[in-house]
Design a protein around this ligand. Structure first.
Ligand code: FE2
Length: 327
């Protein structure tokens, strides 16, 4: 059974091919990001231009002919409307051409599921950290299988917080990974720390970091302190969930899961309780098509096949609204 997955929720047009859970190809075309961020229509144009060639490249890499594909998956959301639309239409056209079924997939679920697939995990606690979101999640079987949000940010996602700080500090490129670089030799400055149970907020922290820069504190010290404080908040909330839900494993996934420091802190926290910690290789925490194929394959091989899901896009698709129809 071979499944192709198409991801296009933001600046990456990704195509992945999976055969019985094994990833055969994971090809990406990435829109070059400028300091100005993402202009939706321009990225959508880029995706449209690169869709066919990225699909061809993935088929070639996997050594698969298109008529050998059994099912197609695409990212339904969350994401940027015009970008999602290109991936949806590419998937529908491809599925129609080979007369095979097509399945819409939630982007956040896909990041988590690909990590579980790689490490053979069944029911870990998941910390999902991306630009737009930061959530603590676990599977809940009632009233139907879904990811329950046990805790989340009350305002902005940790990724957007780090990107905003990078812009404020004039870093180039204005990404969290650049913040990590300049944070390497920083010294700690006390900053606002807000965790309420398993929820947290980041805007106060961002405002404080910007104020410290204006006061003349060094970028290195502020970047280091910002990162340490934000990641400690995530660790504290995740630790509480890990204990309360009595999970044996914790995973981190999503764009910010590429942060080595966050992974290091989570590893320390988990091992101090005798729990296991897992993070997937970076290519699966960055946006990619393989994770979409992994979920589409699960849906296709389950008896229910997720038939009730509409073949639409949903820019604000909440993770808890996606039915895990294979469970
Ligand atoms: Fe993502």
């Amino acid at each position: 059974m071979i499944t192709i997955g198409i991801e296009s929720s933001a600046h990456t047009f990704g195509v992945g091919i999976v055969e019985d859970g094994k990833i055969l190809a994971n090809v990406k075309s990435m829109y070059p990001i400028s300091d100005k961020g993402i202009i939706p229509m321009k990225v959508a144009d880029f995706h449209q231009k690169h869709a066919a060639q990225t699909i061809r490249k993935a088929l070639k890499e996997a050594s698969v002919r298109q008529e050998e594909i059994d099912a197609v998956g695409y990212t339904k959301g969350p994401g940027i409307g015009p970008c999602l639309r290109v991936g949806q239409l590419a998937a529908l056209a491809f599925a129609a051409a080979i007369a095979k079924p097509v399945y819409p997939v939630n982007h956040a679920v896909a990041h988590i599921e690909v990590t579980k697939q790689i490490y053979g995990l069944k029911d870990p606690l998941a910390l999902y950290v991306s630009g737009g979101n930061s959530q603590i999640l676990g599977i809940d079987m009632e009233p139907q299988p879904h990811y329950h949000v046990y805790g989340e940010t009350f305002d902005i996602g940790v990724g957007n917080m780090l990107d905003s700080f990078a812009r404020e500090a004039g870093l180039n490129p204005a990404w969290g990974s650049t913040v990590a670089k300049v944070a390497k030799d920083g010294e700690y400055i006390k900053m606002p720390y807000t965790v309420k149970g398993m929820d947290f907020t980041f805007t106060g922290l961002l405002t404080n970091a910007a104020a410290l820069l204006k006061e003349g504190r060094s970028i290195g010290d502020v970047a280091f302190s910002l990162q340490e404080t934000a990641f400690s908040m995530l660790c504290e909330a995740a630790e509480r969930a890990l204990m309360l839900l009595r999970k044996k494993e914790i995973i981190v996934s999503g764009g910010v899961a590429q942060s080595e420091r966050l992974a290091e802190m989570l590893e320390i926290m988990a091992s101090s309780h005798g729990k296991k910690f897992y993070v997937a290789p970076n290519e699966f925490n960055a946006d990619n098509g393989a994770m979409i194929a992994v979920v589409a394959e699960k849906i296709h091989t389950s008896p229910k096949k997720g038939v009730s899901e509409r073949l639409s896009i949903n820019q604000k698709y909440r993770i808890n609204d996606f039915k895990l129809s294979w469970l």
